[in-house]
Design a protein around this ligand. Structure first.
Ligand code: PPE
Length: 309
């Protein structure tokens, strides 16, 4: 936190901090995985790039440059000794004065790490989830910038998630202001029909998901066409397969939408192939040909850890 290591219980901020009142924060969500070759972070540099892009949109200048922040992420995992964890870098406007103008408040930083299992439940990755189309829309362009991963955007995500939860669904799909499919409360979405994969384009109020980018790359590697195009709501219902992607949610099949069964109501073949490839890569079972993995521990540290365990 702000350049030093702080015990979890002491990682506190003042209630008058600007971020508490006005949502003036940007963040990331990253995962590390435990592989036979040691612990690795998945797509660290892509996440840090988006993090610094989000900060730029909100005119926040982090005290650390990107390469120092990268080192800080690695160090935070090392001091906690995690093999696999979730990593949450955060930049926020701290305590100085209240009032909407954020410029007087310091830009502070924290990196949280914790162990986080399957986001949508243990069964979700295999059996799929039941979702609804939300009555809430994603923010319109030129309101809350969707390309920036701002804490403020998650007020909208919470409305989407709470409605779904209270209605007994695992998650929800939100539409953009024009009524086209956008994304989940914390996931991008992919729709498959007749062997072609469709996903809403960047203009559709979606976060430029790192997992979205991974899936597009893996699908093309597997020879499956991917089209980024506007997706009408009814295309969801008649799809052969639909799945969510996200760092937390990984690749989660969707088995029903608004109580309409999608395809056979089970994880379909295209989802299965991409999901398998994804988990083979993050779990170190195949060669990292895209250079997506960053080792957390040096070989010497890994040997030392084995020696003491
Ligand atoms: N859309 C939104 C709105 C979103 O929050 C996420 C990630 C994605 C798409 C997928 O992006 P990516 O992780 O880069 O593939 N949501 C993060 C936070 C989830 C949470 O509950 O907190 C995540 O998945 O880590």
């Amino acid at each position: 936190m702000n350049g030093g290591f702080v015990d979890w219980a002491d990682a506190k901020i003042h209630v008058g901090s600007h971020v508490v009142h006005y949502g003036s924060g940007v963040f990331e969500g990253i995962r590390s995985y435990d592989t036979p070759g040691g612990s690795v972070i998945f797509r660290l540099d892509a996440h840090l790039r988006r993090f610094y892009d989000s900060a730029k949109v909100y005119r926040m200048t982090p005290e650390m440059d990107r390469s120092d922040f990268r080192e800080a992420v690695l160090e935070t995992i090392r001091v906690n000794g995690y093999a696999a964890c979730y990593i949450r870098p955060l930049l926020y406007r701290g305590y100085h004065s209240l009032g909407v103008n954020p410029f007087t408040c310091p830009v502070e930083a924290a990196i949280l790490v914790w162990e986080w299992g399957a986001y949508l439940g243990e069964d979700a990755l295999e059996k799929g989830v039941d979702v609804q189309v939300s009555s809430w829309s994603r923010p319109a362009p030129n309101t809350f910038p969707a390309m920036a991963k701002s804490t403020a955007n998650y007020a909208n995500s919470q409305l989407i998630k709470m409605e779904a939860t209270l209605n007994g669904y695992d998650e929800a799909i939100a539409l953009d202001p024009s009524g086209l499919v956008s994304e989940g409360s914390g996931q991008n979405i992919f729709v498959i029909r007749d062997g072609v994969i469709f996903t809403p384009p960047m203009g559709g109020s979606v976060l430029p998901g790192i997992t979205r980018d991974v899936v597009i790359t893996l699908a093309r590697d597997l020879g499956t066409p991917v089209v980024e195009q506007p997706v009408p709501r009814e295309m969801l219902y008649v799809a052969d397969e639909v799945f969510f992607t996200g760092t937390a949610a990984e690749i989660s099949p969707i088995r029903s939408i608004d109580k309409i069964t999608i395809g056979d109501g089970a994880r379909g073949p295209v989802t299965t192939a991409i999901q398998r490839r994804f988990f083979d890569i993050v779990n170190g079972r195949v060669t990292d040909t895209h250079d997506w993995l960053t080792p957390v521990y040096s070989v010497a540290e890994a040997v030392a850890a084995v020696g003491t365990s």
